[in-house]
Design a protein around this ligand. Sequence first.
Ligand SMILES: Cc1cc2nc3c(=O)[nH]c(=O)nc-3n(C[C@H](O)[C@H](O)[C@H](O)COP(=O)(O)OP(=O)(O)OC[C@H]3O[C@@H](n4cnc5c(N)ncnc54)[C@H](O)[C@@H]3O)c2cc1C
Length: 335
Amino acid sequence: MSYQVHIAGSDVSFGCDPGVFILDAALKAGIQIPYACRKGACGNCAVRIESGQVQRFVTHPETSAAGDDLLCQCRPQSDLIIRPADWRQGQPNETKRLQVKVYRNTAVAPDVSMLHLRLPAGQRAKFKAGQYLDVLLPDGHRRSYSMANPPHESDVLQIHVRHVEGGRFSQMASGLTAGDMLEVEFPFGQVTISNDPNDPLLCVCGGTGFAPIKSLLDDMAKQKSARPVTLIWGSRDLAGLYLLPQIDKWKKSLPNFQFVAAIEMAVEPQDFEVFQGRVDQAITSKASSLAPKEVYCCGSSAMVTAVKKICLDTLQVEASQFHADEFVMNPLQCK
Ligand SMILES: Cc1cc2nc3c(=O)[nH]c(=O)nc-3n(C[C@H](O)[C@H](O)[C@H](O)COP(=O)(O)OP(=O)(O)OC[C@H]3O[C@@H](n4cnc5c(N)ncnc54)[C@H](O)[C@@H]3O)c2cc1C
């Protein structure tokens, strides 16, 4: 039996089965509600549920204090009326589920696998730089990975998987070989980075948070963008900056590109700028020379929180111009 979820103040309703998260049903029906992580961490999909009962899997301290619920973590137990602050009607079923074939698996760092996945013949990947895919595990659990290739390379999907101790998919990823098949669904994520050529952009990432930024910068290079862009890529050690040749390519293809490596361990001088410390400390130390209008930050929740605070408080970036992809990990929330 499917419950009806009605959007207050409109004549729009959509069906949601009891075992399905309301956000997933909304997206399937083409209702675009702001969201990002789909794991109950970012709080973007918080809405007021005006009537009806839901089963809540995860609550978010700020949004539940405001009386709102996370649509990515609620399943219906009756018909509902919800009141999203912001929504629009898009096309239904914008995501595709496909069986993709691993055609290359490169160990780019001791703890990072770069997987190239080939789409079935005749299929093209339609996504925007910064969006992500879900790998569907056989028991229905999902794991999210950002596309690292730019949208114009549409016959493949490239993902960068950091090996997490005890992690189900990331441990398996290192052993995948050419010909292995995976089921994926994509694209997910709402990317709102502007194309304004005059607005300086600051990209900040930690570890495999580099993946969506690679997609974005490759896309900007393809469009011959002259937008000023600074990339700060953080890692514990030099090996964690696992695609440094890519940086040289952007130095040539993006005329106003600057790169800073934030490395926690002491390293020998390099032919690029190195700050010894974390990315948030690097931003603080360079605050007088950074004047971004827009920030795109990807990586762990702790890193995103620290970077957001400095960008808003010290660099005076408007909250609406701070975009983040938090690589949230919690197996209990991923089904
Ligand atoms: C939008 C988004 C984009 C992302 N993009 C990327 C990306 O580009 N690259 C990337 O590397 N990662 C990315 N991630 C993170 C990724 O989705 C996975 O969470 C990560 O790879 C771990 O998955 P796993 O299956 O290996 O680990 P899991 O099996 O999910 O385990 C994660 C951790 O939980 C522990 N654990 C497992 N089971 C239990 C249990 N029952 N109780 C307690 N602890 C347990 C494990 O030991 C491990 O430490 C992204 C996440 C999001 C939300």
